[in-house]
Ligand binder design. Sequence first.
Ligand code: MN
Length: 485
Amino acid sequence: MQTENATYETVVGLEIHVQLSTQSKAFCGDDARFGGAPNTHIGVVSLAHPGTLPRANKKQIEYAVRLGLALGCEINLYNAFDRKNYFYADLPKGYQITQDKRPVCRGGGVTIQTATGEKYIRLHHIHMEEDAGKSIHDLDDAHTFIDLNRAGAPLVEIVTEPDLRSGEEAVALMNEMRRLVRWLDISDGNMEEGSMRCDCNISIRKKGEDVLNTRCEVKNVNSMRFARRAVEVETLRQIALVESGRQVTQQTLHFEPATGVTTPLRDKENAHDYRYFPDPDLPPIVLTTEYVGAVREQIGELPRALRDRLVAEYGLPLYDADMLTQEKETAHYFLRHAGLVDPRLYKPLANVLINKILPYLHEQKTGFDRFPILASAIGDFLTLIDQGKISASAAYSQLFPAMLERPSVEPQYLADELHLLHDADVGFLDGVIAQVLTQYPQKVAEYKKGKKGLLGFFMGEVMKAAQGKAEPKSASAAVAKALER
Ligand code: MN
């Protein structure tokens, strides 16, 4: 969809909800995991029975602080929970416990990558809260079903400044956030299961202006693709409104993926409609600098820093380094194996990881812990290619699958069995070359007079005569050398 407009630009801020992968819910011991039969991960607190009291979850606080530190936020050593009051059938208490005036983190930001380059997106704050239950409207025409498994699940909400200017940037930010929360082991970032979803605040303004106009909020966008389209569709809707002389009114909208249209849920909603007030059942959270320091210690190298290090220290192209740092396990696999091979093999190692191992794991829906090929065998595999004993294409298409099938057998043995090994006998190659050169004395003379383009012709003849037993790189060098004699 083309949304580049000569007159207007779109201004987007996101509120990203991330479900934390704690064992228990935010304020009670109920199972916080996704799934389970409806209304089985519940207890008296989740159901808001009278007289029950919430207790804060240490892990939720730790994960929120970890995220804040990774995003360069200022950690509020004194932060507190508030009640956000509203009525909905999937919210048994009649209010959500969240943080309003004193969120756990303020400021910070994240660098995103788009086709046009890098851009820093500022964050307003990050707060902790609990999720509501789920209303299921599509199982029955006349009834709505309620599943309270999710009620009270621990969330962080990341609120950005309105620094985004397109659907593409919104998606880039979501991608970066997903990579980060997974890297930090605080969430699975799974959008299909609702572990990550966003509200998009969208307004438009004339290019060159610095104002923030009335915005609309598209709620609960649960895929990257929808986030992009929601921004684009809403931008066009607002431009059409303004162009026809009407005004954008503040609205909460729902994006319908099937129709690609945003429809109003409710009008003009202000924060104080919720009557926020400090939750009297939960004491303020008081953190120490020692505590924050200890959380910082656990974080380790962040994906962007590691990506840059893979470029600087391992000589990998940015694309490869980016691929290898999408998941911590992938990066660690690379680093572990890079430590075992010659530096010359870093790039080939990245190749086999990106082109063979990751697709295999994806296809098998499994992880590195179940990957059958040993580190030493990967090293042997790369060395066979590097030494010209087997062509890269044969190694990738035939040897690698054989290694997966029989991981306990040495690659060299498998390659031999599959007749993939090039004839290591240099005499063989020299013999083939000599034979080809005597066959075409005229062309040899032309080559020697300066028609160097004939090298390709000789190579073709040599490869043909060698019947697949010659490795192209060394054969090419040998042909050139023979022609110079
Ligand atoms: Mn929220």
